[in-house]
Design a binder for this molecule. Structure first.
Ligand SMILES: *Cc1c(COP(=O)(O)O)cnc(C)c1O
Length: 442
């Protein structure tokens, strides 16, 4: 399997090269040259397979010869080493919980998978690899944890000094070793801009093998397909192998990496009827599907802050690659609704009181999207699922008071609150040249 840039379809690179580069040199996102279709037999037998076998079958064609088969299996065992439970909350509304990983966010899967791939490439090329990433919260924590103590890999995480929660700050900056946390006296966009400039800088490129760990990197993006396959397997088992079953997913979306992976899973043959992209008031995509006009505005701050993105990078993979700019075809498989902070808080309260289930602000938006669809179409033909992308404890200060009182601390929290770990970070003013000189001199 080879990859090419969305901006130029003449230049093909291997999985290894695409992962090491992150973004193509022309600034385009990498996409696979084709989408492998899984055999009917794979789906007929899916209840017989464990989650590892499924994940290996799904990912192998995308890696090609870049990593040997036995090593891919090891990567998958290490990546999927926590549960992904699915629960029916009420009336055909199921939650797929993706937050049982080490940093309580679904990004743990992509981050771990990518770190294991880079580890393999380091052993092969023998040169230190530097991962440079800007974060508005969850990515930084997941990447720090996933890459901690990986030999030959150094991680530099830029985060805005007042833009992330204290728990997230701890997750990023208390590990140390090969994880360098840099607190920028600016906002997330400033961090992102410094990272982008660094990738284009000739002098920095000379000194470092630099890659990114955002969902633009195919090693972060592609493994997110697993969630959709694992959900299908569980439904098939619950329904006692009855065929055919079709699924509908509501995905809380920010940079649209997760939902884009789901849409690729559908193209591989997974029986998904369609997707609901649920967003907060950063609603470029719901507006686009209504009007056909792509009009990102400035970013608005919300309580579902991991989705405060108005120009989602991965949407270009959906639009240009998966659906070839065909709005009619796209609208058959993608609905999109946006919700306010007030609606988010209200539904967190309501679902907790009525069904004793605690949503986080992102999952709450996923729930709202699914609910809105079901109210409109009252559909019982399909199995309907929303994704819960973070544990509510990560956003405790944004939760209604009586929820704060009742929240149960997950065991992963002990690592961050009970340890004597100190915050180790470098503070830097928002100036690219200072960052550049630091990189060149360190
Ligand atoms: C990153 C993130 C999202 C958005 O995922 P995308 O792939 O960027 O659309 C949603 N919820 C949480 C908790 C996240 O951390």
């Amino acid at each position: 399997m080879l990859y090419y840039s969305l901006k130029n379809n003449n230049n093909f690179v291997s999985f290894e090269k695409a992962v090491l580069k992150g973004l193509a040199p022309d600034g385009g996102l990498y996409i696979p040259e084709y989408i492998p279709i899984l055999k009917k037999n794979f789906f007929d037998q899916i209840y017989n397979y464990d989650i590892f076998t499924i994940a290996i079958s799904v990912i192998k064609p995308y890696i090609g010869k870049s990593i040997p088969d036995e090593y891919i299996s090891n990567i998958i065992y290490d990546t999927l080493n926590f549960p992904f439970p699915m629960i029916e909350i009420h009336d055909n509304i199921r939650v797929l919980e993706l937050f049982h990983g080490p940093t309580l966010a679904f990004k743990d899967v992509g981050a771990k998978f990518m770190s294991e791939c880079l580890s393999f490439f380091y052993k092969k090329i023998g040169k230190k690899i530097t991962v440079l990433v800007a974060t508005s919260g969850d990515t930084g924590g997941a990447v720090a944890k996933g890459f901690h103590k990986k030999l030959g890999i150094e991680v530099i995480i830029l985060y805005p000094y007042n833009g992330i929660s204290s728990l997230q700050k701890k997750q990023i900056s208390s590990l140390g070793d090969n994880i360098l946390a840099i607190e920028i006296n600016g906002n997330f966009d400033d961090c992102q801009n410094m990272v982008k400039k660094a990738f284009l800088d000739k002098e920095i490129q000379k000194k470092y093998i630099l890659t990114s760990a955002n969902s633009i990197n195919i090693a972060r993006w592609i493994p997110q397909m697993f969630y959709y396959f694992l959900a299908y397997r569980q439904i098939i088992i619950e329904e006692k192998k009855k065929h055919p079953i079709e699924l509908i997913f509501s995905v809380p979306s920010g940079n649209f990496g997760n939902i884009c992976a789901g849409m690729m899973a559908k193209k591989m043959g997974l029986p998904i009827k369609f997707f609901i992209a649920s967003t907060n008031i950063n609603d470029t995509i719901p507006r686009f599907l209504k009007s056909g006009k792509y009009n990102p505005t400035s970013v608005k701050k919300t309580i579902s802050n991991a989705m405060d993105i108005s120009n989602p990078s991965n949407f270009s993979r959906i639009w240009n690659f998966l659906y070839k700019k065909n709005i009619i075809e796209l609208k058959k498989v993608l609905y999109s609704y946006q919700f306010t902070d007030k609606e988010t808080i209200d539904i967190i309260e309501k679902v907790y009181k009525k069904y004793n289930y605690m949503l986080d602000p992102h999952g709450a938006i996923g729930y709202l999207g699914l609910k809105k669809y079901l109210q409109k179409f009252n559909n019982t033909l399909y199995k309907t699922i929303f994704l819960e992308t973070a544990h509510p404890i990560k956003f405790l200060d944004k939760m209604p008071y009586f929820i704060q009182k009742n929240i149960v601390f997950p065991k992963q929290m002990k690592t961050f609150f009970n340890s004597k770990r100190k915050i180790k970070k470098i503070s830097m003013i928002n100036n690219f040249n200072i960052f550049k000189n630091w990189l060149l001199e360190k």
